[in-house]
Structures are given as structure tokens and as C-alpha cells.
Design a protein around this ligand. Structure first.
Ligand SMILES: [Zn+2]
Length: 80
């Protein structure tokens, strides 16, 4: 997957978790939704990283790493 695909998938997971919490707060939606949210946030930290220095790129990543200045290729696919 490319960085962009990981970012989109992660947003979908977080969105799904939020939806569960909002639509089903009285039932198991709260617990399951929070679990999905936590998984989404962990995946964000694991996936959205600088390919050069490995730092987490944060919530609003740009075209360049804010630590090492490496150009980020959002469409490049890697075998991972
Ligand atoms: Zn970097």
C-alpha cells in the first residue's frame, strides 16, 4: 500500500469507530466503537511515518518530513 492508501484506510477505520460510538452509544457500539477508534489511532502512528527517518508525520502531514526534510512520496507503493 502507498502512504496515501494507508491514510485513507485509516481514516475509514477511525470514521467507522466514531460512527459506532455516535449511533449506538447505549449498546455495545460504545465499547466496540472505542476499540475500533483506538486501533485506528494506533494504525495511524504505525503507518503514517517518514520513510527516511521513521518519525510519525502527525495529523496533517505535508509533502516534506518536518524533521529530516525528506520529500514524501504519497503514491509510492512499498512491499509492507
Ligand atoms: Zn523524516
Amino acid at each position: 500500500m502507498s502512504l496515501r492508501q494507508k491514510q485513507i484506510l485509516d481514516l475509514l477505520i477511525i470514521g467507522f469507530g466514531l460512527l459506532l460510538v455516535l449511533l449506538w452509544p447505549e449498546g455495545p457500539g460504545l465499547a466496540v466503537g472505542l476499540l475500533v477508534l483506538v486501533i485506528g489511532l494506533i494504525l495511524n502512528v504505525v503507518w503514517i511515518r517518514c520513510p527516511k527517518c521513521g518519525i510519525w508525520l502527525g495529523k496533517a502531514p505535508g509533502d516534506y518530513c518536518h524533521i529530516c526534510g525528506a520529500k514524501l512520496n504519497w503514491k509510492e507503493k512499498k512491499r509492507d
